[in-house]
Design a protein around this ligand. Structure first.
Ligand SMILES: [Zn+2]
Length: 388
């Protein structure tokens, strides 16, 4: 299983110059080859061919002698990035490859001939090793490294390892998680997870700064200064959010054997502007990908329930369908059985039942497809379920 460790690098002044040039050479090669491939594609419809375009590398080096100071293997890696970008485009996973901008994060890959000792990494063509903050031990077999420079001019060392992780001891718990509107998410055991306060504060601050920016004259000194502050804050928010999602997904994976999530049709939801904000803000998709990744790592199961299942509208006790429920209704009372529902918790319990039904089905039990199971209803009342 591939895993990437990320460490903050602290290069000295001459090392910064060196890294900037190495990163610049990779970006240069990427953009030059993209320019050629793009022209070929537009003029004659010629498709990308990795081996063919890779052969242009020596010619580029001849034409642009400054490329000779670059680590050849790093330049070859840049061709591989372009290969991946084209593959994603032709397999309809991404738009046509874009030119790399100096203003965005840029990297240099170092596939071989590096050594990591303690908190130092030695890379080809650089005499003195680079120092990094080793906030955790590296476990697994190191495959390759890369160095990234962020738009705020910070450097990071990425260490790709092949990690074998022992699965966690089996748990008997199964939980469903539903994306919330007021809370980040609701668990079927009744837990409501809020976004951390510092993250909310940072997001508010960002909005304020962005409003400020719109009032400044474009290109002015104040505008540029504010733009830099915003870039820094964006980076901070990203870290705070990822940190929150990592910790939460780790805890949920640790506590449960199976996790039921709604298979959201995010594209469809983005059209709804009110929901779009929440979905984007909540980073729900990112969260699911963390859960899936960690489930694979630790031997857990993710069950994706049908997105069109009306989980909010069904009474989780008697199955009555409340057609009149609107997004505003945070609580409602079932007219048939009289149960008072918290909207999110009721939806999550329904999700749990659906997930359990599909799990049962997977093991061969006789269950109607993705419908509440009678047996599950009873045990659902406690709010959480156990895997039999
Ligand atoms: Zn009811």
């Amino acid at each position: 299983m591939n895993y990437i460790y990320r460490f903050r690098l602290y290069p000295k002044k001459d090392q910064i110059d060196f890294l900037n040039r190495q990163i610049g050479h990779c970006r240069f090669v990427y953009n030059k080859l993209l320019e050629i491939a793009k022209r070929d594609y537009e003029e004659s419809g010629k498709s990308w061919n990795y081996y063919e375009y890779k052969k242009l590398l020596p010619k580029l080096k001849e034409k642009y002698p400054f490329l000779k100071e670059a680590n050849s293997q790093s330049l070859q890696e840049a061709v591989k990035w372009l290969d991946r970008a084209f593959k994603n485009f032709f397999e309809k996973r991404a738009r046509f490859p874009q030119f790399k901008s100096k203003r965005k994060a840029n990297s240099v890959s170092i596939p071989q001939h590096f050594t990591i000792e303690g908190n130092k990494v030695k890379i080809p063509k650089l005499k003195k090793p680079l120092r990094f903050i080793k906030h955790r031990e590296i476990e697994g077999e190191i495959k390759s490294i890369s160095i990234t420079k962020t738009p705020t001019e910070k450097f990071f060392l990425n260490v790709l390892v092949d990690r074998k992780i022992k699965p966690l001891p089996k748990s008997n718990n199964i939980v469903a998680i539903d994306v919330g509107i007021e809370t980040f998410c609701t668990l079927s055991n009744g837990d409501k997870i809020k976004k951390p306060k510092h993250l909310i504060l940072s997001e508010k601050k960002l909005k304020k700064l962005q409003r400020c920016l719109s009032r400044k004259e474009k290109g002015s000194g104040k505008y540029i200064k504010l733009k830099k502050r915003i870039a820094k804050l964006h980076e901070k928010i990203k870290h705070q959010r990822e940190d929150f999602l990592h910790k939460l997904s780790k805890q949920i994976i640790g506590d449960n054997q199976a996790i039921v999530v709604e298979n959201l049709n995010v594209k469809g939801m983005l059209k709804n502007h009110k929901l779009a904000k929440h979905i984007a803000d909540a980073s729900w998709r990112r969260f699911i990908s963390f859960l899936e990744y960690k489930a694979k790592l630790y031997g857990r199961q993710i069950v994706k329930a049908n997105a069109f299942y009306p989980s909010s509208k069904l009474c989780s006790v008697c199955g009555y369908k409340n057609e009149n429920l609107t997004l505003k209704d945070r609580e409602w009372t079932c007219p048939v059985c009289g149960t008072r529902h918290d909207r999110d918790l009721n939806a999550t319990i329904n999700l749990l039942k659906t997930g359990l039904a599909s799990l049962n089905q997977a093991v061969g039990a006789d269950c109607p497809e993705l419908m509440p199971v009678e047996g599950a209803v009873a045990s659902c009342e406690a709010g959480s379920l156990s895997l039999q």
